[in-house]
Design a protein around this ligand. Sequence first.
Ligand code: SAH
Ligand code: SF4
Length: 358
Amino acid sequence: MEKISLLGLEKNAIRKAFAEHGYEPWRANQVWLWIYGDGAKLFDEMSNLPLSMRKELADKFAITRPDIVKHEFSSDGTEKIAIKMIDGDVVEMVFIPDEERGTLCVSSQVGCPVRCSFCYTGTQGFSRDLTAAEIVGQILLMRDLLADKGRCNQKRVLTNIVMMGMGEPLHNYSNVSTALKIVMAPDGLAFSKRRITLSTAGVVPLIQRCGEELGVNLAISLHAANNKIRDSIMPINKQYPLEKLIEACRSYPGINQMRRLTFEYVMLSGVNDSDNDAKSLVRLVAGLPAKFNLIPWNPWPGASFQSSSQSRMDSFAKILMKAGYTAIVRIPRGRDISAACGQLRTNWPLLTSGPKQA
Ligand code: SAH
Ligand code: SF4
């Protein structure tokens, strides 16, 4: 019998699974605290459970993290970790340390079905969605690596989570939302929703639900100010065009001047980076409480794009700022180990293939 991974279950679901095996609900609380409070990796570590129960639990359930198959370090401190799941599929996650915070960029799918033309992950094809256990497992694994045991009020090393790794999180909403609820649970990993950002290429029908159920920060991969350009670089725009996307952004719950949306905008030389593009952008998002992250395009083998020059990006940013928006030209992190935005791709054999429909 395949073991059930407890890492993908919310506390109530653990209670239910335990009840089916004759364990009382408070046992679920104990195990939950061991997993998330103490970072236990084995049932054997759960010293306040009877020995016989620890053994029974280990026979029926798993709390296994994914295996590390490669760990690379950038000269700027960024780390890229390739991890292998039980079925052999591999994804990458990236840890980005900063003075004030440590951010983990988490993957949601093996490959990506969206296939934006500027993104290396898109060239890999799509294998499958990650399970909630595999998503939570990435965060637990990083905490193990950092020896980070910080609870809510203590000093933490891993402070922020961004769903910006491989895959489109809203195409795997069910597992991503379960995982994030575990990550946010006050007696779980206790990350505040303000320290979690979900980035989407624009799966419009799920944006509202994501805001209502999770309330995390939302980042939209905008990358163009009109449908013609966006269609040509992001196939998803044909399904959910800009008007629909901006409409969904306007009604994202909890958005105001204090808590703004983030628009990501990859700067592609000669494609979307003119002053006119910047002016169209201002008109497109008029009235929306938003800030812009301008991302220099990160190169990958065989791509036909070029990043905009620094002066082009500065001029673009200036137009947005003049219109009252915060616009930051991002400094790429981890490029030397191919860990920057859009550079993640795993070359392990994929078990299944073929794009998934939205
Ligand atoms: N699938 C989600 C999240 C992962 S990608 C999304 O698309 O939003 C994280 C960010 O990196 C997105 O804004 C994406 O558009 C951007 N990106 C992809 N390829 C890039 C590249 N080569 N250089 C810079 N940014 C890139
Ligand atoms: Fe997928 Fe995001 Fe890459 Fe587009 S940018 S292919 S949605 S990972």
